[in-house]
Write a protein that binds this ligand. Structure first.
Ligand code: CTP
Ligand code: MG
Length: 231
């Protein structure tokens, strides 16, 4: 059976949060976002280990105690200028991952990954030839706006999904895809799509939010509280 690893890009600056430290270290319910993201992944016994891609000059990582994870968490100081480059560098540097092993790439900025969504991803893709990602079917009506925020058109939403993470691909193919796709792709699936392959969409969970803007923190705090109270 192929082994399973996680890779968490955490080398961004969080410019849209407009705060320091970078958002992966912002406190949510008393713990940094990154710790919540790692906890969500490592709750699955299938995931052997999570590699965390840090920016070269990261000064925050060493301020926290990561020993609760033992050898299941390993930082790699090889962040790049874009998310795609950080993931590519991390994949290239992470020791011990075989070409056919699965890698689940998960944003450090997604602190509320429900265990059942992770299980669904792993179970659905275990034998998949390509791999895939958690995603949500878009329910709202979609509008395209112009530079003055006036509606140009209503965009048909049939078949439209919103991509989440984790995104799960085999190490060898993902590294090859990212090398070919360049620095600007915004997720792993886009790089794999560029190879002409069709990643599988696995129903995600609306609670698996990404922290992008300051107001997202309060929402995530409520989600976390409700998840804990149902355990
Ligand atoms: N990321 C990364 N390396 C980069 C850019 C982003 O590892 N050069 C990581 C972020 O740390 C985050 C994830 O990719 O965990 C998702 O990116 P995003 O939400 O865009 O985070 P930032 O790039 O930090 O935020 P912003 O775009 O607002 O600056
Ligand atoms: Mg970004």
């Amino acid at each position: 059976m192929p082994r399973m690893f996680a890779l968490v890009p955490a080398a961004g600056t969080g410019s849209r949060m407009g705060e320091s430290p970078p958002k992966q270290y912002l406190s949510l319910a008393g713990r940094p976002l990154l710790q919540h993201a790692l906890g969500g992944l490592l709750a699955s016994p299938r995931i052997e280990k999570a590699f965390v891609v840090l920016a070269d000059g990261d000064r925050e990582w060493s301020r926290y105690d990561w020993s609760i994870y033992g050898s299941r968490v390993e930082p790699l100081r090889c962040g790049g200028a874009t998310r795609a480059q950080s993931v590519r560098n991390g994949l290239a540097m992470a020791p011990g991952i075989g070409e056919q092993d699965w890698v689940l790439v998960h944003d450090a900025a997604r602190p509320c990954l429900p265990a059942e969504a992770l299980r669904r991803l792993i179970e659905t893709l275990g034998n998949d030839p390509v791999g895939g990602l958690l995603a949500l079917r878009v329910a709202d009506t979609l509008k395209r706006g112009d530079a003055e925020d006036r509606v140009i058109e209503t965009v048909p939403r049939a078949g439209i999904w919103q991509a989440q993470t984790p995104q799960m691909f085999r190490r060898g193919r993902l590294l090859q895809a990212l090398q070919l796709a360049g620095a600007e792709v915004t997720d792993e699936a886009a790089a794999v799509e560029a190879l002409g392959l069709k990643p599988r969409l696995v129903p995600g969970d609306p609670r698996n939010v990404k922290i992008t803007f300051p107001e997202d923190l309060a929402v995530a705090e409520m989600i976390l509280a409700s998840m804990e109270s149902t355990v």
